[in-house]
Structure formats: structure tokens, C-alpha cells
Design a protein around this ligand. Structure first.
Ligand SMILES: [Ca+2]
Ligand SMILES: [Ca+2]
Length: 487
């Protein structure tokens, strides 16, 4: 179903569309923030709907070009990339990846959970069950690159990005994790950086531009944040992350903010275990130089043996044990890191850590000088990015569900959407307050996208483009996007 509404005419500056720049997961450099016109407070099915389009299932987010909107979905055995008309929501084309492999995944993950990226013309999409695909604006297949199968029992979730003219993809998995840089023109692998110290992860990188010529690609991984040059050389590393990273970092000035949470990462669960060598000497009763379940004292066994027996041979070797041992002392935290370092910056560049009421999946959003976190149960915490001090904490009383979509912000508002589809609009500020809780009537897992005067929200069955028609009509910023009527 497509539902078109007549959109009032207004004058238009196309530069505004370019400025919105929502071309990758969470928009401009993964920040979740853009200022591109008025955004609605009141919206939902039948209310302030500029258009809506039925979609096959998927949990990826839309990305925008001046005229198009791209997203991914899966239907039956097809891994789909779709192009919609940004003004109307009309589907222009859909293409299926050459094949589809069903990978193991968490019950809440999805075969189309990675968000594509666009260079403004073409689209690049990643599916854990296939690899990478690249299409031109008319749906012409430019290249494909099969990848995997992956050793990530929750399924893949990281999204590709474009940086320094390269397509970057992080494939963190339990065995042989790596990061790729490709030529977006032809899919040729420019470099492949091994990340074998890391286990499965789901984070999407961000880019730091220190303004001195060279950019950095910043990648959260299990226990460690790493910064790479566009050539794949490590610039700095910082230890102290949780073991399983899901959210993405955000940058404000010369600071990086990251929030990580995983089961077992609470301070109370912390347990210092002996080294592998000591374990071997004390407990390797069958003399095979590895540790079986039976050999490890019961209180020291991992909750999930499968996860830590990374090569699935039924025993723990030194590498398996080292990772498990690190996990038992890793702690969940939201942290601030000073950028610009070199080498191991764990001691020198960690600015603060906050360890209470942390989100499990959603990334933080830094908006107008305030850092926002939302965790399951609708608990919102705002932090002072300078000090890590809590500014305010409160519950979203009408949206107490789980939170998987990451918050986004613009036009003085922060949007947080629960998995039950309650979309809370918060008036931004240290002393934030709820303006409105809208009910979308369907589950929401995808992070919204923001366009010029539009909020794009993917629910279980459709994509909505919401906007306040009155404000758009009277707006002086004039949005051509909304001025043009459906063809
Ligand atoms: Ca043994
Ligand atoms: Ca093993």
C-alpha cells in the first residue's frame, strides 16, 4: 500500500538536502543528529503521515540521497536492496543478492539488519547471509562480493561505511575477525586487516578528522577501541570496553563517547581467574594441554561454553581461556575518550567512565552539549559530556518497553522509540522533558532516519515519512522535497 498526501508547495534550497547527509547508519558520521528543518512532535498512523510504504521485513535503517531512499529487507530466500522515491515513498526498484545463506542468529536479529551506505548516487549493502552488493541508481548491479560464512552466533549486524573514498566493513566474529577496505567502484579489496584478537561484535565505525590531513577510522571491538588509518594501520588502541559491542560511538569535538553493555559485565560479576598456564598446571588432568568442562572448577565455568570455545573443539586452549578470562574482568561502561592519541592510550586518554543504567543495544546521542542514554525499561540518563556527571535521570512513563533503535536528534528534539513502537519525543536539554509519546502500533527495531523536515521510521511492516505539514508549509527554509507533488 502506498498512501500519498498532497504536500503544500514551498520554496526550496537543495543545499539543505545535501546538508542533511543521512547517507549511512545513524546519519552524519553515525551521530544520529542533523539539523535539516522542522521535525514533528505529533505523529503516528494517520497523523502527520507525508507518505507510507509497505515493506518486506528487515531491521536496517533507510539512507538518503537527494532523490532516493535506500534500505534492505528480506523476503523468503531473498536478500533485498530497495530504492524508493524520497518524495513519495514509491518503490523504484528492488534487487536480490545473488544467493542467500541462512546464518545462525539471535531471535531478535534479522537477515537484513545492516544498514546500507550511499555515496549520493550508488548504494552498498551488506548481508551476513551473502556479503556485499553494490547497485547503481537505477538498480544496475555494479559488483558483488560474497563473504562468510561468519562465526557469529548472534548473526552479523555491523553496517558498511564510506571513508577516504573507500568502502569499509568490519567483520568481527569469533574466529578470524577482520576489517576490509574496498574500492567502491569495482569491489576490489584494497586491504584486509586481521582483527583476530576480537570476538563477535556488531558496532559500526565512525570517522575522526583531526583536520591535519589524515583521518582515522574508529572501530569498537571486544574489550578494545582501535583507531586505524585509511590504509589499515593501527593508530591507537584503548582497552576497557565490554566484551560484546553492539552500539556505535559518537564524536563531539576532540572526544569520543561510547557505551557498551553485555551480560556478565556488571561490577558484581567481576572475577579474576588464573592464567591459562596456571590452569593447565592445576587442572589439566587428562594431560592434553587444554581444558575440558569437567576440568574447570564449577564456579569458574562460563555461562556460555559455546561462545568461548571459539574453534568449537570442545576444549579451551590458551586463546579461548585468555578471552574468557578477559571477559570476567571486563566491565560495562559509557566512556569518554580524548582523541588525537598514538599507541596504547588506555591510561592517557580515558577521560571518564559511567557505569549505571547503561543501554544494551542503543547508541548514545550527543546533542547540543548533552549526552543521552536510553536503556530497557524506558530509563533515560543525560550526562555532562565534559565530566560524565549525571544531569538528569528519569523514566519514559508511557514507553517502558525494550529499546533497540538508537536515539536520533534534530530541531531541538530527541527521538527514542521502544521495541513496542512507542515513539517518545523529548525536548532537548540537560533538564529534558517528554513532549509527547506517539504510538506507532507496531514493533520498531530500526533506528530512524532524518531528512529535510521528515522523520523516517521503519516499523515491522512499513516505512513512514512523518512531517508536520503546517510547519513545513510556513517554513522559510523551503524544502523542495516536500514541495513537489507525487508524480
Ligand atoms: Ca585437559
Ligand atoms: Ca577450543
Amino acid at each position: 500500500m502506498q498512501l500519498m498526501k498532497l504536500v503544500p508547495a514551498a520554496l526550496l534550497a537543495s543545499s539543505l538536502l545535501a546538508a542533511s547527509d543521512w547517507t549511512r547508519f545513524r546519519g552524519p558520521n553515525g551521530s544520529g543528529v542533523t539539523e535539516a528543518g522542522p521535525l514533528p512532535v505529533v505523529f503516528g498512523p494517520g497523523t502527520n503521515v507525508l507518505w507510507e510504504t509497505d515493506l518486506p521485513p528487515g531491521k536496517s535503517s533507510p539512507v538518503l540521497t537527494e532523490h532516493r531512499l535506500f534500505l534492505t529487507a528480506h523476503e523468503g530466500d531473498k536478500l533485498l536492496t530497495l530504492a524508493l522515491d524520497r518524495r513519495t515513498g514509491r518503490e523504484i526498484w528492488r534487487r536480490a543478492a545473488p544467493s542467500r545463506r541462512l546464518e545462525s542468529m539471535h531471535r531478535l536479529n534479522n537477515e537484513a539488519s545492516s544498514t546500507p551506505v550511499t555515496d549520493g548516487t550508488n548504494v552498498y549493502a551488506f548481508f551476513g547471509g551473502y556479503g556485499l552488493v553494490a547497485y547503481g541508481p537505477e538498480g544496475d548491479e555494479r559488483w558483488t562480493l560474497p563473504l562468510g560464512p561468519f562465526t557469529n552466533f548472534h548473526g552479523m549486524g555491523s553496517s558498511p561505511i564510506l571513508a577516504d573514498g573507500k568502502l569499509i566493513l568490519v567483520c568481527d566474529q569469533d574466529l578470524d575477525a577482520y576489517m576490509l577496505a574496498l574500492d567502491p567502484a569495482n569491489g576490489e579489496i584494497l586491504w584486509k586487516r586481521s582483527r583476530t584478537d576480537f570476538v563477535h561484535g556488531f558496532s559500526t565505525p565512525v570517522v575522526f578528522d583531526p583536520g591535519e590531513g589524515g583521518i582515522e577510522i574508529i572501530v569498537p571491538g571486544s574489550y578494545r577501541m582501535t583507531s586505524y588509518s585509511p590504509q589499515g594501520k593501527e593508530i591507537w588502541r584503548l582497552d576497557g570496553l565490554t566484551y560484546q559491542v553492539k552500539s556505535g560511538p559518537v564524536i563531539g569535538g576532540d572526544r569520543l563517547f561510547f557505551s557498551g553493555w553485555a551480560i556478565g559485565g556488571e561490577a558484581a560479576a567481576r572475577l579474576e581467574l588464573p592464567s591459562f598456564e596456571e590452569m593447565r598446571q592445576r587442572f589439566d588432568t587428562n594431560g592434553d594441554s587444554e581444558l575440558t568442562k569437567q576440568e574447570i572448577p564449577e564456579g569458574w565455568l562460563p555461562g556460555s561454553w559455546e561462545m568461548h570455545d571459539r574453534n568449537k573443539n570442545g576444549t579451551m586452549n590458551a586463546r579461548d581461556w585468555a578471552h574468557y578470562r578477559a571477559r570476567r574482568v571486563s566491565e560495562n561502561a559509557c566512556m569518554a575518550i580524548r582523541l588525537g592519541g598514538r599507541g596504547d592510550v588506555t591510561q592517557s586518554h580515558m577521560l571518564w567512565r559511567h557505569q549505571k543504567s547503561l543501554p544494551e543495544v542503543p547508541s548514545p546521542v550527543l546533542y547540543r552539549g548533552v549526552l543521552y542514554l536510553v536503556r530497557n525499561g524506558g530509563i533515560v540518563t543525560t550526562l555532562d559530556p565534559a565530566s560524565g556527571q549525571v544531569l538528569k535521570q528519569g523514566r519514559l512513563r508511557d514507553a517502558l518497553e525494550g529499546y533497540y533503535a538508537s536515539p536520533v536528534a534534530g530541531d531541538g528534539k530527541v527521538y527514542m522509540i521502544s521495541d513496542a513502537g512507542k515513539a517518545v519525543v523529548i525536548e532537548a536539554g540537560a533538564d529534558w522533558k517528554v513532549l509527547r509519546t506517539n504510538d506507532l502500533g507496531e514493533d520498531v527495531y530500526a533506528t530512524p532516519a532524518i531528512g529535510a523536515g521528515c522523520l523516517y521510521i521503519r516499523t515491522a511492516s512499513r516505512l513512514y515519512c512523518f512531517g508536520e505539514q503546517g510547519r513545513i508549509a510556513s517554513g522559510t527554509d523551503g524544502l523542495r522535497l516536500l514541495a513537489e507533488q507525487a508524480p
